[in-house]
Design a protein around this ligand. Structure first.
Ligand code: ZN
Ligand code: ZN
Ligand code: FE
Length: 762
């Protein structure tokens, strides 16, 4: 007596070799039936003797394809049809659904890597080798369903050998949409600054140019990189000068994990993360004896490293490694994805050669960046390799478009309980980023096939994302306060709805009272929040312009704590980077409230302290002063007891003042204390202030859960010390693991708040 089962599998199950795996298991078990891609997953029917059907189900659960992610597998018995015949893969019903049909780009798998370096293989040395388990996806798909004619591989008709693999269910390239070989697929071209093709083997020639210290633009998966030798300070210095990027850290690609170990301290967790299919950049401590140029990350002892994730990278790094690999773009603009965009700002100025290829990049996608803090991954940028896989929401409802913030912008679109976060867009202060933003929003909304019922946005009226929300008129608007969004993001990714104490230590966020917020303690749930406490105000002399000059904020901090006269004297003594003339002007400006807005920003406090210690007077990139402060604290190698804070709990919003710490800094500096120790003391003091304030709020509210978010928590030392101190005080702590704590996570929080508030309507 035969048994027939109808099985539905949901999750990331399309474009990852799921149906061929099902096919193999069914054929091995000798069953009849079919498998097909349906709207939201894979549908299977199998028929045969009960024992074999059971074995098939066990195999499916035990041995799914490596890149698949099964969220749900439902099997129910249906009446046998009696139809014999072989098991078939039905190709009739393809999915147009992004959740199932569009996986992220996948790093080259081990099988393809072996073939790539096997001289006997027909694809030996072929820079576009891929299979059902690896290769480009998100960056080549023009529209869904995911099928070759709707990808940027459409212009490459398969040769007979490739076609045979593509149509054979037992081949590991069955239905691999980007399948190609040297006879039929994309090709590399090495070009000079005029765009003319150079002779010789493109990879060997590129390696030769790099060896000589040249910078070469390399077309990769989601855009162009600028590459140069990472162990040649002259090459790195020139890249920095020509790209006008004097200090911000550059990522380094290594040929192998063994080579990474020689230059950086790794752990089993960081090594595993480096080798996941996403192949993110992982920030690791550099070994003191590393031969990497010290110019790679002059502000820290860390270096962002990653492994080759395309065959092109594998072939090149096999010739020359390690290489600096930084996105080819102008400042915080989107990554460049087409050769024509390179000139003349990049090609001919930064790089004089470009390793180009003829497979178009449909979607720009920058590399992802992850660091480790308190023993767990802390995303800094969630982009290539992760996008467009959704992040779950603990609430479900109508579709929300959440427009995100301004710097490091990402946006997201929700459907049901899934939030689809965009790739890294960039700073929406740059014209090119704004253009990319608008097209990327339309792209993602279109791919998901949803009509947003709510458009969530930041309260800042001048953010371009807010203006876009107003202008686009896609749906009713819903404003979400910036730090509520940060905390909601942290709660939601942990499956929590609150209420909890939310600690948002951040740079800048618009407060509904018109001041700039950024050192905030909220009593927050997904639906609402109350500002329970904040950091003491600091004046920003001259407004936002002060952000580029931490020394001006340091002056403001001294004036806040010591008053204008004593503050000015101390500034003359402790801030040599501030000219007497500028000091005089700034003291005037500080007297005019309209020209010196108040901010409770934690980021500005870090800036001020960094400058007070002589670490950074003017920044060349966002976060630089805080990064130098963290580096100094780490180099101290000590963990001091926190300095006390003053808390004024008399008003509705309690105020946390670091004045006792600032007074101590002045004493310690006069006593000649090592500034690294003062930097460590500051980190301990901020962690202590968080615990102190949370304890006070726990007494008042009974809340025992604390969610940590905001860009300041990119600081792994602060994150670790804060988590440890909160845990010791008995709090239950939620921190980020999937979504960045910086403004790239704001869209997800906006979406969580909007869905939580509108969920009942749908
Ligand atoms: Zn592969
Ligand atoms: Zn071929
Ligand atoms: Fe923020």
């Amino acid at each position: 007596m035969n048994k027939r089962m109808h099985i539905e599998v949901r999750g990331c199950v399309q474009g990852v070799g799921f149906r061929p795996t099902v096919y193999r298991h069914a054929v091995e078990a000798g069953l009849s039936g079919f498998v097909l891609n349906a709207l939201s997953g894979v549908v299977i029917e199998v028929e045969g003797p009960p024992a074999r059907v059971r074995r098939f189900l066990d195999r499916l659960r035990e041995a799914p394809p490596p890149q698949a992610r099964i969220d749900a597998l439902e099997a129910r018995e249906v009446p046998p049809t009696g139809a014999a015949g072989p098991f078939v893969i039905s190709r009739s019903e393809r999915s147009g659904d992004v959740a199932a049909g569009m996986p992220p780009d996948l790093a080259t798998c081990d099988d393809c890597r072996r073939e790539l370096f096997d001289p006997a293989d027909r694809r030996a040395g072929y820079a576009f080798i891929n299979c059902t388990n690896c290769g480009p996806r998100f960056t080549i798909i023009r529209s869904l369903p995911y099928d070759r004619p709707r990808t940027s591989m459409a212009g490459f008709p398969m040769c007979r050998a490739c076609e045979a693999e593509y149509t054979d269910p037992l081949d590991r390239r069955f239905d691999a949409q980007p399948n190609a070989c040297a006879a039929c697929g994309p090709r590399l071209t090495l070009r000079d600054a005029h765009g003319d093709e150079l002779t010789g083997h493109p990879i060997a020639e590129t390696a030769r140019l790099l060896e000589q210290g040249e910078t070469v633009a390399l077309k990769g998966l989601g855009g162009f990189h600028l590459a140069c030798r990472a162990d040649d300070s002259r090459a790195v210095e020139r890249l920095r000068r020509d790209k006008a990027r004097p200090h911000k850290a550059l990522a380094v690609m290594f040929a192998s994990i063994e080579q990474v170990r020689r230059h950086c301290r790794t752990s089993p967790e960081t090594e595993a993360l480096l080798q996941t299919p996403a192949h993110p950049i992982v920030i690791l401590p550099r070994r003191p004896d590393s031969t990497l140029s010290s110019l790679i990350s002059p502000d820290t002892d860390d270096v962002g490293v990653f492994l080759p994730y395309t065959p092109l990278h594998l072939l090149l790094l096999a010739e020359i490694s390690p290489l600096v690999m930084t996105s080819a773009n102008r400042a915080e603009e989107p990554i460049i994805s087409d050769f024509a965009e390179l000139s003349p700002d990049i090609l001919g100025r930064v790089a004089h050669f470009a390793l180009d290829h003829d497979r178009p990049i449909v979607r720009r996608c920058d590399d992802s960046v992850v660091r480790f803090a308190a023993g767990a991954p802390l995303p800094i940028r969630r982009s290539r390799g992760y996008v467009p896989a959704p992040v779950r929401l603990p609430v479900a409802g109508g579709s929300v478009l959440a427009c995100g913030g301004e710097l490091k912008n990402t946006f997201c679109v929700t459907r049901g309980g899934d939030a689809f976060l965009s790739q890294h867009v960039g700073d929406l202060t740059e014209w090119a980023a704004c253009r990319f933003y608008e097209s990327a929003v339309r792209d993602l909304v279109g791919l998901l096939g949803v009509q947003p019922t709510v458009v969530a946005h930041d309260l800042h009226p001048d953010y371009l994302s807010t203006r876009f929300a107003r202008k686009a008129r896609l749906a009713p608007l819903f404003g979400v306060q910036h730090h509520h969004a940060h905390i909601a993001a942290c709660l939601a990714e942990n499956g929590r709805q609150g209420p909890a104490i939310g600690v948002a230590l951040d740079g800048t966020g618009y407060g509904p009272d018109g001041t700039v917020w950024g050192g905030e303690f909220l009593e927050a749930s997904l639906t609402s929040y109350r500002r329970a406490a904040r950091f003491e105000w600091l004046r920003l002399p001259g407004g936002d312009a002060a952000v580029k000059h931490p020394v001006r904020i340091a002056l403001s901090l001294l004036v806040t704590v010591f008053g204008p006269d004593e503050g000015a004297r101390l500034a003359a003594e402790l801030l040599p980077g501030l000219a007497a003339k500028d000091r005089g002007i700034l003291l005037q400006v500080l007297r005019i409230p309209q020209r010196s807005p108040n901010t409770s920003s934690a980021g500005r406090l870090f800036d001020a302290v960094s400058s007070l210690l002589g670490l950074c007077d003017t920044i060349t990139y966002e976060g630089q002063a805080a990064i130098r402060l963290q580096t100094a604290a780490e180099r101290a190698g000590i963990r001091p007891d926190p300095a006390p804070v003053e808390v004024d709990a008399g008003s509705e919003v309690a105020v946390v003042s670091f004045a006792p710490f600032v007074r101590r800094v002045v004493r310690e500096r006069r006593a000649g204390t090592d500034r690294r120790e003062i930097a460590a003391l500051f980190h301990a003091t901020v962690a202590g202030a968080v615990v102190h304030t949370c304890s006070m709020l726990r007494e008042r509210t009974g809340l025992e859960e604390v969610a940590l978010s905001g860009g300041v928590f990119q600081n792994s030392l602060l994150t670790a010390w804060t988590i440890e101190a909160l845990a010791a005080a008995g709090f239950r702590i939620w921190r980020h693991r999937h979504v960045p704590p910086n403004d790239a996570g704001v869209c997800y929080g906006q979406a969580a708040v909007a869905v939580a508030n509108h969920g009942s309507n749908h």
